[in-house]
Design a protein around this ligand. Structure first.
Ligand code: SAH
Length: 334
């Protein structure tokens, strides 16, 4: 089977059987680190929505996890008198149940096709695109091949496929040395294109936050996490979280193709700082002086270059009918 099919089968089992988040789980995401993350995203949407003078806006979250980001974002929006209806695109029954406990009135979707077709969409995807299936191609001495997963005495192992795949690799990578890996997520790019087309027609914006790179160079970024440590990608499928870096330039191209404008990507540190995370942290400390060390540590973890600040990026996909969102530099700034 192709790496993409392996990743899809392993992750669907993984997310269907666990709550992967938190100290006892396998990884911690930004909304689970601090309420500040979701609150700033809620205010970002509320500001954009107010300036767009839009009505009947839908809040959409792709892969909402425990629903923590939605809880913080919707509370911050509600304080600005913005109360959208709530749509979650989620495939995991375990996570849907956690989401339903917090949002009894939300509506759930297996994929984006059934989202409302009328009215602007404000869409957040945090650590969603990295969990979608990735195809990998490997350069062999006889050209590019899709990377497959075989099963033998040592369990699952990657191996080059039999058919030539040179025409599936972009020109600028085709001449890479033997052993190079090219990866791409057709599923992610199609969701990016289709969401952008909806947003271009219906109004709205999508905020994508994920770990990844802006200038794609060949490389294998597929990784497995278990109990906060790296694990072998091909061992114990379904027990580890499998992700790969998001190729933001490819996602931006797909979304432009769908008819939307793109802002960014910028680093998560730049984005959250531009939205005022330092002021929000100071306000929280004033209300909860006893929690000052935790709030300071969370602020640091979200924005510091050595932590999530640089590896994670924020990019906005915006309807041509909507204004410029906050948090991104004017051309030539940053
Ligand atoms: N956004 C959350 C969770 C990130 S983990 C946070 O930041 O904490 C990835 C999420 O995407 C999980 O909720 C997982 O169940 C969901 N997911 C993974 N693949 C999916 C798919 N193909 N369609 C819909 N949801 C998916």
């Amino acid at each position: 089977m192709a790496v993409a099919d392996y990743m899809e089968a392993a992750n669907s089992h993984y997310y269907a059987s666990h709550d992967p988040f938190g100290v006892k789980g396998d990884f911690i995401t930004a909304p689970e680190i601090s309420q500040m993350f979701g609150e700033l995203i809620g205010l970002w949407f509320a500001d954009l929505w107010a300036r767009a003078h839009a009505r009947d806006v839908h809040y959409v979250e792709l892969g909402p996890g425990r629903g923590t980001l939605a809880a913080d974002a919707l509370r911050a929006m509600s304080a600005q008198d913005r109360r959208p209806d709530v749509h979650f695109v989620e495939t995991s029954p375990v996570l849907r149940k956690l989401q339903r406990d917090r949002f009894p009135d939300a509506r759930w979707h297996d994929d984006i096709a059934t989202l409302p077709t009328e009215g602007p969409l404000i869409v957040i995807a945090n650590e969603f695109f990295d969990a979608l299936p990735y195809r990998q191609y490997i350069k062999t001495y006889s050209g590019w091949r899709e990377r497959m997963v075989g099963h033998g005495e040592e369990g699952f192992r990657p191996l080059p496929g039999a058919d030539p795949a040179d025409d599936r690799v972009p020109d600028h990578i085709r001449d890479a040395v033997a052993g190079s890996v090219y990866e791409t997520s057709p599923a992610g790019l199609e969701i990016g294109r289709a969401m952008a087309a909806r947003i271009a027609r219906q109004g709205g914006a999508m905020l994508v936050i994920d770990y990844g790179h802006e200038d794609y160079a060949a490389g294998d970024t597929l990784q497995a996490l278990n109990a906060h440590a790296y694990a072998d990608v091909f061992s114990n499928p379904g027990q580890n979280d499998l992700t790969a870096h998001v190729d933001f330039s490819a996602l931006a191209d797909a979304a432009r193709h769908g008819g939307a404008r793109i802002e960014g990507p910028v680093s998560q540190g730049y984005f959250l700082s531009a939205l005022g995370i330092a002021a929000r942290a100071a306000a929280l400390v004033r209300h909860h002086p006893d929690r000052a060390p935790d709030i300071g540590a969370a602020h640091h973890r979200l924005v510091d270059e050595e932590e999530m600040g640089t590896l994670f990026k924020a990019m906005a996909v915006v309807s041509p009918k909507w204004p410029r969102p906050a948090g991104f530099p004017e051309k030539g700034e940053e």
